[in-house]
Design a binder for this molecule. Structure first.
Ligand code: KG4
Ligand code: ZN
Length: 334
């Protein structure tokens, strides 16, 4: 069989990442994170694109070196076309177009959210088709039914904030750095879920987190009026309560989707799938309801180029190539 050597690029938000995939196996996966956004409580698009421009060449060089190949060995390039921040996507896509043109190799566009799901094919055991995936990131929250590498259907999604945003915005209200998700996760491990917040009442498989956000805002405001040191003193319990509320909302919908579809292969993906409570709850539900559960390794949860490379690999096998006219897309049809 012919060897496939692929370079993959991810630059949709604030992480610049490059990976080398050989015959569907990840050989290197290098990510440069951007600390510049921490102080602002969110990603500053202009700063993100400037930093992608600074990071992209060193990150690609490192990925090539770590995989033990040379630039001339690369036979195709996969790149995130969207969804994401336009200025960020432009850097990765322009690099990929130039690289494809200069080396006369195919260009393969990849959908960022589909790639989060296909990260499950970076390492065995692979989930069998069909399976359900709860994809939870900073910008999206979706329940997806996956029939094949190229055939996926969104069964439900958020109507307002994403799960990651719910973590980040709650953390911001508490004065935590961006992204607050991992910080809340860590603090929650020392706390108890003693506080209750509003639970959304949405009948179908869609999600809503804006009510929870408002409920947390008023909760903090009222307690701070009585005791200005409330957050400082109760940090761990507040974080544990926020995390429990968000994860309970997510798990209730996954359970509903499993019941409605009769599918019992259940996966999680995206940045929030790094959350320790979500991971343990998925396992617990799996044991209780007889599901086979699939949880990505930490390096494949948050944004990374390996997942772009795995997606591009399956498109390469299907000879699904893009042309030089493609443009980045802030929103991209699933
Ligand atoms: O998938 P991702 O890296 O980027 C997007 O495509 O958005 O997801 C980033 C999101 C952020 O909101 C971050 O706070 C959240 O994932 N996140 C976590 C954890 N690690 C990352 N949320 C909760 N617990 C974590 N351990
Ligand atoms: Zn992502």
């Amino acid at each position: 069989m012919k060897t496939n050597i692929l370079l993959a690029i991810e630059s949709s938000c604030d992480d610049t990442s490059a990976a080398i995939i050989i015959d569907g196996v990840v050989k290197s996966n290098i990510t440069a994170t951007q600390d510049v956004h921490k102080a602002y409580g969110g990603v500053i698009p202009e700063a993100a694109s400037r930093n992608h421009e600074i990071n992209i060449i060193p990150v690609v060089s490192k990925a090539i070196k770590e995989a033990g190949i040379s630039k001339n060995d690369i036979q195709a390039i996969g790149v995130t076309r969207g969804p994401g921040l336009l200025g960020s996507l432009i850097v990765g896509l322009s690099f990929a177009k130039g690289f494809a043109l200069a080396n006369n190799i195919p260009l393969i566009e990849v959908h960022h959210m589909k790639a989060h799901i296909l990260a499950h094919f970076a390492e065995k055991p692979y989930p069998p088709f069909p399976f359900l995936c709860l994809t939870v990131s900073g910008g999206h929250t979706q329940i997806v039914k996956i029939d094949d590498y190229h055939d996926m259907e969104i069964l439900g999604q958020t109507i307002d904030d994403a799960a990651g945003e719910a973590f980040d915005k709650s953390g911001k209200m508490m004065g935590l750095d961006y992204p607050a998700g991992p910080i809340i996760d860590k603090l929650a491990q020392k706390g108890k879920p003693i506080y209750q917040f509003g639970i959304p009442k949405i009948a179908n498989l869609d999600f809503s987190f804006s009510g929870l956000k408002t409920s947390i805002r008023y909760f903090l405001r009222d307690h701070l009026k009585e005791d200005p040191k409330f957050i400082e003193k109760e940090k761990e319990n507040i974080c544990c309560s926020i995390q429990t509320s968000i994860v309970n909302i997510l798990m209730a919908k996954i359970k509903k989707a499993a019941d409605e579809t009769g599918i019992s292969h259940i996966a999680i993906a995206g940045g929030v799938s790094a959350n320790s409570f979500l991971r343990s709850e998925l396992k617990r539900y799996g044991t209780e309801y007889g599901w086979n559960t699939y949880i990505p390794k930490f390096e494949y949860c948050t944004d990374n180029a390996a997942m772009i490379g795995i997606s591009a690999y399956y498109k390469l096998l299907a000879k699904d190539f893009s042309n030089q006219e493609i443009t980045p897309a802030a929103r991209l049809e699933f």
